[in-house]
Design a binder for this molecule. Structure first.
Ligand SMILES: [Zn+2]
Length: 207
């Protein structure tokens, strides 16, 4: 699959691939921290990838119909490409309008084609988009261990994996630095070692 194909996948399909990638790179257990919005304490959060994985249909549905008030709205799901087009928009309402403009396929007002959707219905159609693509909108039920506050927190696998890969890269560079300083080996040679072998040398350097 090419990068442009991935950019045109609905967010939930993209995130399902990211969950699989994450599992292959770092294993199924996710450990992260989250800030309690009430008491501001950092809380540890741990779960398995499978707990947030939503089964995906083999043949994804491309069009969805939603009826709100007198309107019949046909839409497709937003993709990474759509999000990229609206990310510069700082005003949330304007961003939603722009996103909908890209994803609405037909709007019927009491059976007559309408050019746009009234502002009052925008949120309801966006809610519907999240409902039919639950993998793209993973909400975790969290209870604060300190103050007992309960809330739903969004878990975004894309930014999570990106942070993990950044941290892993820095950790690897630190390991190369320690082994190169201790033994004078070249970076390429150190990177070609298995992680297990590299760790054995690191233990000896530290010991
Ligand atoms: Zn709290």
């Amino acid at each position: 699959m090419e990068i442009n194909d991935i950019a045109r996948l609905p967010i939930g399909r993209r995130d399902a691939l990211l969950l699989t990638l994450r599992e292959q790179l770092f294993g199924p257990r996710v450990q992260t921290q989250i800030l309690c919005p009430k008491c501001n304490n950092d809380l540890d959060l741990a779960f398995d990838v499978d707990q947030i994985r939503v089964p995906q249909d083999r043949e994804p549905q491309e069009e969805f119909l939603c009826c709100v008030d007198d309107y019949q709205v046909t839409f497709r799901l937003p993709t990474s490409e759509d999000l990229l087009m609206v990310v510069h928009e700082r005003e949330p309402d304007a961003a939603k309008q722009l996103l909908l403009k890209r994803c609405l396929l037909h709007v019927l007002d009491r059976g007559t084609t309408a050019t746009e959707l009234p502002n009052s219905l925008v949120d309801r159609v966006i809610e519907q988009m999240a409902l039919v693509d639950p993998q793209g909108d993973v909400q975790l039920a969290v209870t604060c261990a300190v103050c007992g506050y309960q809330w739903e927190a969004l878990f975004d696998i894309a930014s999570f994996v990106w942070r993990e890969i950044g941290a892993w890269g820095k950790r690897l560079l630190r390991e190369v630095h320690r082994l190169a300083s201790a033994y004078g080996w070249a970076e390429d040679d150190i990177l070609r070692m298995s992680a297990w072998r590299r760790q054995c040398y690191l233990d000896m350097v530290q010991g």
